[in-house]
Write a protein that binds this ligand. Structure first.
Ligand code: XMP
Length: 317
């Protein structure tokens, strides 16, 4: 029978044998999978593992600093790279969802490659790939592989010339979480909702600017904090806010306003392949709407997405 403890012991042994004295580099995303994979590799080979965590300017509010901090507490040897401007420059003027994904994927590889080149004699690339990712990238006919190119799977440029080590590629998400808890990775990482690799870029419909990112980060932060404070966060599989490319008329005091509209989204799911919109309490939604409109400059309307997948998708882009 599978248990997290036997998995951890046998995986660490196998990693030691396989990696020996070799150096490994690995990109961290702040998510469960890469954090658990890195912790396992670190347990096996210590500081022969170098982790790279990139700030692409598309993360949630304060996420880069907070996650970097928890990685350091875990004892990981991690380099934080501020690449915000590089991503914003590559995204400037792009509006097509797939074009945005490609630009982000390309810049990520460039930034990551720059860091990997600084590690002398590195031989391996660590990845947090889990079993469903393997299935999904193999079955090119599968819905999300054709509809959206998930940039964090495969697609390694030749020039990196690294062998891949993926300690979680036989596990499902719930097993990864169990392993993570047994490794004493903080609950803030283990229980975190999934977050797409391209981050807020695919939740800002249309072109990306630093100012739009800032606005969406504030809205998202109020919503996610609200879910946590009302005991709803763990009842939801994934949640977030979407900045729409339209303005709507509102009124503030005696003034007419013409400002942005945001959508809130919260879904229940098992694996992201199908999803149901969550019936959040009206009182909670009302409170979120008031807080967002009162606190976030430039937003005067909040709507709630009541579409399930299929036929909608979880993300709007
Ligand atoms: P959709 O929108 O296809 O999303 O219903 C299903 C799950 O996948 C995530 N997602 C992505 N993750 N890169 C990622 O790493 C992507 O380009 C991407 N697109 C969607 C989405 O957040 C949801 O969890």
């Amino acid at each position: 029978d599978w248990t997290s403890d036997t998995f951890i012991d046998s995986t660490i042994d196998a990693l030691r044998t396989r990696l020996g004295k070799d150096k490994v580099v690995m990109g961290l995303s702040g998510g469960v999978d890469s954090s658990v994979a890195a912790t396992l590799i670190h347990r096996a080979i210590g500081d022969q593992l170098t982790c790279v965590f990139v700030d692409n300017g598309l993360l949630r509010k304060n996420e880069f600093e907070e996650v970097l901090d928890s990685y350091k507490h875990l004892g990981l040897n991690v380099i934080g790279v501020d690449a915000k401007q590089r991503f914003y420059e590559a995204l400037a003027g792009l509006t097509d969802p797939e074009a945005k994904r490609k630009a982000i994927g390309r810049v990520f590889i460039e930034v990551f490659d720059d860091e990997a080149h600084k590690i002398e004699g590195v031989k391996w690339l660590g990845q947090g790939t889990i079993y469903p990712d393997v299935i999904e990238s193999v079955s090119v006919k599968g819905p999300s592989a054709t509809i959206k190119s998930h940039h964090n799977v495969g697609g390694l440029p030749d020039f990196m010339k690294l062998s891949v080590v993926e300690p979680l590629n036989t596990l499902f998400k719930d097993e990864v979480r169990e392993v993570g808890r047994a490794l004493e990775i903080p609950e803030a990482i283990i229980g975190r909702h999934p977050f797409p690799g391209p981050g807020l870029a695919i939740r800002i419909l249309g072109d990306i600017t630093a100012e739009k990112v800032k606005t969406l980060q504030e809205v998202d932060h109020i919503f996610i904090q609200g879910l946590k404070e009302h005991g709803l966060y763990d009842k939801v599989w994934q949640a977030g806010a979407i900045l729409l490319p339209i303005q709507s008329v509102g009124v503030m005091g005696d003034e007419r306003t013409y400002e942005r509209v945001v959508a809130l989204r919260a879904v229940g799911s098992v694996d992201g392949m199908t999803a149901d919109w969550i019936h959040l309490p009206y009182e909670f939604l009302g409170k979120m709407s008031n807080e967002i409109i009162n606190r976030v400059k430039g937003v005067n309307r909040v709507v709630y997405d009541i579409s399930s997948k299929p036929p909608a998708t979880i993300e709007w882009e």
